[in-house]
Design a protein around this ligand. Structure first.
Ligand SMILES: [Zn+2]
Length: 322
C-alpha cells in the first residue's frame, strides 16, 4: 500500500502523520526544536519518522509540509520564522534527500485551504478562503479552483491588510494598523496594555499583565470571560479588527466558502464566532459566502499537508519544480 507523509511545522509543536490518500493513519505530536542550524528541523522530521513510523518509511510515496512562514516558496525554505530562533529552516532540499521522494512545502494556511478543498468543507466549491486566527493572522486562497501563490508566494498575506491607517499600533512586520497587530495572538497582551494606559482603565487583567510579562492571549480571553472590563475591550477590538479584515477578504476574493481556523479562534469560538459574523454583510459588496469553523480542529494543517502530497496543486508544482 502507498502512504503519504504529512508534516505540520508550527512554532511550538510539530505534527507528523502517516496517511493513506484519504485520511490520517497514525500521527505524533512533538515539541519543535528551538536550537540548531538550518538543517535541524529537517533532520528532526526524518529522525522522528524513522523512530515512530519505521514500518511505513519504505512505502512513502510523497511528503507534504505545511510550514510556518514566511517562506521562500521557490526554495522551500522558511526565512526568519516568527517565534523560532532560526534564520532559515531548509525543508524542501534536505527532506527530498532524506526521503528520496517528491516533497512539497507550503505556508500552513495555504496548505489548509488545499486540505479543505480536497478533504473538508471546501469539496463542493471552486472559491475558498481558509483563514487562520492564531499567533498570527493568515490565509490560503483558492479562486476558480486555482491555488493563489503570488510572485514570492505571498498572495494570501491578509494579516497585513491595513484596517486602521490612523493607528499607532505596530505590527510584527513593522507596519502600522495591520489586522495582525490587533488580532495576532502574540500581540493581544500588548494591545491590552496599550488600551489600559490610553483609557486609564483599572482592571485585574492589567494588574496581571504587569506582574506576568509572559502572559498570553489565553490569559486575556480568560479575564474577558470573567467579565474584566479591559479583557472585554480587547476582545471587542479583536472582533472589530477581524470583521474589517474578513469583510476585506470577501470583497477581494469573492469566495463561496470561508473556513475559520487557528488556535485563538478555535479555543474561543463560543465568544467570537457569532460576533465576528453577524452583520458582516453590511460591509460586503458581493454576496456573502458560507462561513464555517474548520471541522478538522488541530489536524487542519495535517490534512493540508496530506493534500499537498496526495493531490499536489499544479501552481505549487510549477513553482517548486518537482
Ligand atoms: Zn504587518
Amino acid at each position: 500500500m502507498k502512504y503519504y507523509l504529512a508534516v505540520d511545522l508550527g512554532a511550538s509543536k510539530t505534527r507528523i502523520a502517516v496517511c493513506s490518500k484519504d485520511t490520517i493513519v497514525e500521527k505524533t505530536v512533538e515539541i519543535t526544536p528551538k536550537q540548531g542550524d538550518e538543517y535541524t528541523i529537517a533532520r528532526f522530521i526524518w529522525e522522528t519518522v524513522r523512530k515512530r513510523f519505521p514500518t511505513y518509511i519504505e512505502n512513502i510515496e510523497a511528503v507534504g509540509v505545511a510550514s510556518i512562514g514566511p517562506l521562500d516558496i521557490k526554495k522551500g525554505i522558511a526565512v526568519n520564522p516568527t517565534n523560532l530562533p532560526f534564520k532559515e529552516i531548509k525543508l524542501l532540499e534536505p527532506l527530498t534527500t532524506y526521503f528520496g521522494t517528491r516533497v512539497l512545502v507550503a505556508n500552513d494556511a495555504v496548505a489548509a485551504a488545499w486540505g479543505e478543498k480536497n478533504y473538508g468543507l471546501g469539496k463542493p466549491f471552486k472559491n475558498i478562503v481558509y483563514l487562520t486566527l492564531s499567533t498570527g493572522v493568515g490565509a490560503g486562497v483558492i479562486v476558480d479552483n486555482h491555488l493563489l501563490i503570488g510572485k514570492e508566494g505571498n498572495a494570501h498575506e491578509v494579516g497585513h491588510i491595513i484596517i486602521d491607517f490612523n493607528s499607532e499600533l505596530e505590527c510584527g512586520c513593522g507596519g502600522r494598523g495591520h489586522w495582525e497587530a490587533f488580532a495576532g495572538g502574540i500581540n493581544i497582551p500588548r494591545v491590552a496594555k496599550l488600551l489600559a494606559s490610553k483609557h486609564k482603565i483599572s482592571s485585574e487583567l492589567f494588574e496581571f499583565l504587569l506582574k506576568h510579562p509572559e502572559a498570553t492571549a489565553k490569559d486575556v480571553f480568560e479575564y474577558c470571560r470573567r467579565g474584566d472590563r479591559l479583557g472585554m475591550l480587547v476582545v471587542d477590538l479583536y472582533v472589530k479588527a477581524s470583521r474589517a479584515g474578513i469583510a476585506s477578504i470577501i470583497n477581494t476574493y469573492d469566495p463561496e466558502l470561508l473556513v475559520l481556523g487557528g488556535g485563538v479562534f478555535l479555543n474561543n469560538q463560543d465568544i467570537l464566532f457569532e460576533k465576528i459574523v453577524s452583520g458582516l454583510e453590511n460591509d460586503v459588496v458581493t454576496s456573502m459566502p458560507v462561513i464555517k469553523p474548520t471541522a478538522f480542529g488541530d489536524d487542519v494543517g495535517l490534512y493540508g499537508a496530506l493534500a499537498l502530497a496526495a493531490n499536489p496543486p499544479r501552481e505549487l508544482l510549477e513553482v517548486q519544480g518537482v
